[in-house]
Design a protein around this ligand. Sequence first.
Ligand code: AMP
Length: 426
Amino acid sequence: MSFSQMNLNPLISKAITICGYDKPTPVQARCIPEILEGKDLIASARTGTGKTATFVLPALQRLSAKKSISKPRILILTPTRELASQICVAAAKYGKFLRFNIVNIVGGMSYRQQIKALPRADIIVATPGRLLDHMENDRVDLSDIEMLIFDEADRMFDMGFIEDVQTIAKETPKHRQTLLFSATLDEKLGHLVRHMLKNPVRIDLSQERIAPIQIAQKIYMADHSQHKKRLFHHFLQNENIFKAIIFSATKKDADRLAYELCDMGYRAAALHGDLKQSQRNRTVDQLRHGKIQFLVATDVAARGIDIADITHVINYDLPRFCEDYVHRIGRTGRAGKSGVAISFALPADARHLQRIERFTNQKLPRETISGLEPSAKHQASSEKFTKKKPKRFKPQAKKKHFHTGAKNASGKRSDFRRKEAVTTKK
Ligand code: AMP
């Protein structure tokens, strides 16, 4: 399947050619034809696989087939503000010759600008909390939405947005087309969304969960936090790092690490949910344009950030959820480029590391640095765990917070605004 076989509007094809896309990625080749036929769809696709174009191109195609009306026709819901901004950028790129109005409705940004932009919106890309806010104040009319798209639905529901999403969906026409993208597909998710989709085509690209081969993954065992620090310094001095995202467990750690890096003379900044949205946007832009070399982030940045030349991801701390491991390392090795993912693991992480290996269905290579080897006991225990016969993985089984989140979001506006802002609170 090529892009030309998809019979897209020539102005969309022209934009794709300018982007340098020769052929559709596997997720695009599988999903776009089904979407163009008007079917509802549930698909599992990893970020970094061309997922955004998978829904944006058919959305633009739909818009271009009919004259614009003065109401929004496409609604894209995402869990994080960063992801929403990136979708807007991608949609503007793919639709640059069509001149549709794409409006970004996320928390942390000026109400005034959003209120001004909403009446002219063809496409709304939103996080649920702020969109509901506008809906409650009659500032947006969703009665002509033709396509409702949930991106990273699993994450959105994990963050407690299920009821908000359902409320929003109810305000859109029943005959709309609905697309749902999620990193993982399981029964629980299927159950939650079953009323929102009509006979959806299910496209399971869960194999894509396995990290692309162009990402070299390495695990370094550290006996204690000082050892971890020494390993980290070793990489700073010896590894050829062009641009990196370093992931830490907490916001405080992210601030501390960024501060230490700056102190050592590196250009670095922290990114986490306690920072103002404008500051978060600025920091991501600084990384994109090479003004900083290191971004120290909590998981708020794990999804969505699409910067082509990130050469390294460093998991200073392992992520709490296995799927975040895949999302984190997917910030490098993007669009066919190679990348390196380095993870540090303390003795207490041994079991969790094994869970990550089960989730990604691969054994992650343990590496050592001469002079910085872990104690034999620690290395051996980590190896021993991974040699156990893996049990069949059930992705949602560990996510006990799933229900709690949904419950907390029931009608409590202040609650879900807070959730949006502190997605990474551990
Ligand atoms: P996404 O998964 O949407 O975040 O996309 C990841 C990266 O792949 C982005 O940098 C896109 O510009 C790029 N991309 C998307 N589709 C294609 C394609 N068909 N060929 C080459 N690169 C692509």
